[in-house]
Design a protein around this ligand. Structure first.
Ligand code: ADP
Ligand code: MG
Length: 727
């Protein structure tokens, strides 16, 4: 098979591909009626559970009261009957190990009696607790292979659901995953613990304002997911995407994204069909998907749900990624959620919209039209300012990965410097407070008139938006934009909740003390806010985060610029982080260390796989194609010379030089990749960052230059142009 055979076949397959799925009819099957049909929801529980049991369960779910284990058998039995009605044969405890993916262990809903009979059975114990082997998941030293015991524990606050498969369905139960010693081996447990901390501290602030509400004050999250779609035939012809989820080779296409003609463009038919199918599945699972659109890069798209409480949003985000991946196959495409699948083309992020909401009050981060009068809001907002500044390295660390390093700071995503955008109105209010202790005015909202009578006047927001800020205030929430597209939102949410709890605790303690000593609340607030702005106001930045001036300015302000994962991860085990996480019982020092170790190891593994791939593809695909073309050129030169022409060997010279570069870079890469590095995991990580990555880039540089010279019919890999534009 000649080099380009697989490419040609892929292109032909794309061209001939037909719709695979039966068309949906949303008129017969309205989305509103489908919503949540596969969820063991509050409504289902109310229908199927005895009143007392339902009430007790709601106390746990809505108010965070301890779970009454004696009701478990009744709940389990009702859940089983419901699941069997939905065609379930098995149940699965679903959990979220530190790999960032979803894990599930399936067990039959049948019990075999030993007398040749099988009966459907599901006990409270089976619902509450499972026991997968803990040693096979990354645990950063928390568990050795010989101490394998780990448990999954039912998370009552996240509904059980039915996952469909053409050949049957499974009852899925969201669970936390902990070791026999009680340490968290997963991503869910710290989210739940951090939500409890936010609840406690936020209540203290509300109480000070005489505004305390009964019920759970919850961190909330709406996560926007960006992803790429390419035809599956290209995917199978690109071993780099197949194994590493990104292209390790590939010259810049003649046309990239410079025309900005893809963003919000008409969604291609096949892609829209896929999106409708994905959304339908998510709707059945009770996931409130709301928006979809083309993103900036060709072949890039976005999906976003309505926000939900942090824990449920985290579970739903994980399901969304699973469905996006699995559904693509049905439409002959591959969904790529890597942060930077194509060099030179925008990467993908996951904007984590985050706020704190109180029952009946909505977001506590809502300033209203006159924020200067909304002191309670100002206290919450100032607490976040303090938290983001004090824990900036932590926020950088929780978005650190080998793949997200390609994005951060690359002038398409927020820089690695953590700063905060507040907009003109709030910045002005806080400026007044810093100077006077209080603020007496807020910049007003105005109206935009469009100069065309038939168009309505539009209310204009008090401040513009800023796309370059890693942490932007967007009206009633903050948007953490540095999160990577394939990351779980659990880590970022845990960090945000914990730093919020830390700051709310700090402010509440000061205010409570001042009030107890007889200071009036207004004066006490003025003092605390002034002090916070004095110390932490440096983190506020409304300008262009991509500019060089900002990098210089940030350095002057003393803001950390942790450029890579290697620079960022140590923040996870810094004294301030350990202190705060232990104080609010989110993660112990040991648990933080385990995460530091696991994420360092994942960084090394990701880069090792990439280095192996670069070497393999470089040797077995790129090099052979290059020498074939070189041979062709050399033969032509020799032949022409033989018949008396003076042939210019420029092209042959350049190709030969590039082949030499390719070979040399591959040789060095292989030597360095084999090298035993002394020291700890972090030393290995540094070796990968400082030595291996530049060598991989050198191989790529030679290869990409060759791609632009070698005869197209010998080039073995689908090109950027093909993958991004043939749909
Ligand atoms: P944009 O493109 O303006 O960022 P999107 O509609 O794509 O807007 O996404 C905004 C996300 O923010 C949605 O998931 C939305 O539900 C979420 N959101 C809105 N209000 C809040 C809030 N108070 N707390 C958390 N998330 C919120
Ligand atoms: Mg957004």
């Amino acid at each position: 098979m000649s080099g380009s055979e697989s490419r040609l076949r892929a292109i032909a397959a794309v061209n001939e591909s037909k719709a695979v799925a039966e068309p949906f009819n949303f008129a017969d099957d309205p989305t509103a009626e489908l919503f949540g049909t596969n969820v063991f929801s509050k409504t289902v529980m109310q229908e199927r559970l005895p009143k007392a049991v339902f009430k007790s369960l709601m106390k746990t779910i809505q108010e965070g009261q301890p779970l009454d284990a004696t009701i478990a058998d009744v709940v389990a039995s009702a859940m089983k009957d419901w699941a069997i009605d939905k065609g379930a044969t098995h149940y699965a405890h679903v959990f979220y190990p530190l790999t960032g993916s979803t894990a599930e262990k399936h067990d039959s809903l049948l019990s075999f009696t030993g007398e040749g009979k099988a009966v459907a059975e599901f006990t409270g114990k089976q619902l509450i607790q499972g026991e997968p082997d803990a040693s096979s998941f990354p645990n950063g030293g928390l568990r050795q292979t010989f101490e394998a015991r780990g448990y999954t524990a039912w998370d009552v606050t996240s509904s059980a659901y039915i996952l469909e498969n053409p050949n049957g369905t499974t009852l899925c139960i969201p669970t936390a995953f902990i070791s026999w010693t009680g340490e968290a081996l997963d991503k869910k447990t710290p989210v739940l613990r951090s939500m409890r901390a936010v609840n406690e501290q936020a209540h203290r602030i509300l109480a000070l304002f005489g505004n305390d509400v009964p019920g759970f004050i919850s961190a909330e999250c709406g996560a926007e997911q960006e992803y790429f779609l390419i035809d599956r035939n290209f995917y199978y012809s690109r071993p780099d995407i197949l194994t590493a989820n990104r292209t390790l080779f590939g010259a810049k296409p003649p046309k990239g994204q410079e025309f900005d003609d893809h963003y919000f463009g008409a969604i291609p038919q096949r892609v829209l069909a896929y999106m409708l199918d994905v959304e339908r599945e998510l709707i059945k699972l009770g996931i409130p998907v709301q928006t979809r659109h083309n993103e900036v890069a060709p072949g890039q798209f976005e999906i976003a749900p309505l926000f939900e409480t942090a824990n449920i949003a985290t579970d739903h985000q994980q399901i969304t990624m699973t469905v996006l991946s699995s559904m693509a196959k049905k439409y002959g495409m591959k969904c790529i959620m890597h942060e930077k699948p194509f060099a030179g083309i925008n990467g993908s992020g996951k904007h984590v919209n985050w706020s704190i909401g109180a029952p009946g009050l909505g977001s506590l981060l809502k300033p209203g039209d006159t924020p200067h009068k909304n002191v309670q809001f100002l206290v919450f907002c100032a607490a976040i300012i303090r938290g983001v500044d004090k824990f900036a390295p932590l926020l950088r660390a929780v978005v650190a990965s080998a793949s997200n390093d390609h994005r951060l700071g690359a002038n398409e995503a927020p820089p690695a410097i953590i700063s905060m955008f507040l907009g003109d109105q709030l910045t002005d209010v806080f400026k007044q407070i810093k100077a006077e202790g209080t603020a007496s005015s807020s910049l007003e909202k105005s109206t935009l008139t469009l100069g065309v009578d038939s168009l309505p006047p539009l209310p204009k927001d008090a401040g513009d938006r800023n796309r370059t800020s890693p942490f932007a205030f967007t009206g009633n929430r903050f948007e953490f934009r540095a999160v990577g597209s394939k990351q779980s939102v659990a880590g970022p949410l845990t960090a945000l909740n914990t730093i919020a709890a830390d700051s709310l605790d700090y402010v509440a303690t000061k205010l409570e003390k001042a009030v107890a000593e007889g200071t009036n609340l207004t004066d006490a607030v003025a003092t605390v806010l002034q002090e916070i702005l004095e110390k932490h106001g440096r983190v506020i930045f409304n300008g262009d985060g991509y500019s060089d001036e900002w990098h210089a300015e940030a350095e002057k302000r003393g803001l950390p610029n942790l450029k890579t994962t290697v620079d960022a991860l140590p923040a996870l085990i810094s004294p301030e982080v350990i202190e705060a996480f232990e104080k609010f019982n989110v993660l112990s020092e040991r648990e933080l260390h385990s995460r530091y170790e696991v994420y360092t190891e994942q960084y090394i593994l990701a880069l090792r796989v990439e280095a192996n791939l670069v070497s393999k593809l470089g040797r077995t695909m790129i090099f052979p194609a290059a020498i074939r073309y070189q041979n062709e050129l050399a033969t032509t030169c020799a032949n022409l010379k033989a018949v008396g022409y003076e042939f210019d060997t420029n092209t042959l010279d350049r190709v030969t030089a590039l082949i030499k570069d390719l070979q040399d870079a591959l040789d060095t890469l292989e030597i360095e990749n084999e090298k035993e590095v002394e020291g700890e995991a972090m030393d290995h990580a540094k070796h990968y960052l400082n030595v291996i990555v530049p060598l991989m880039n050198a191989v790529r540089e030679a290869s990409d230059a060759l791609e632009n010279m070698v005869a197209d019919d010998t080039w073995p890999l689908p090109t950027y142009q093909e993958m991004l534009f043939i749909k």
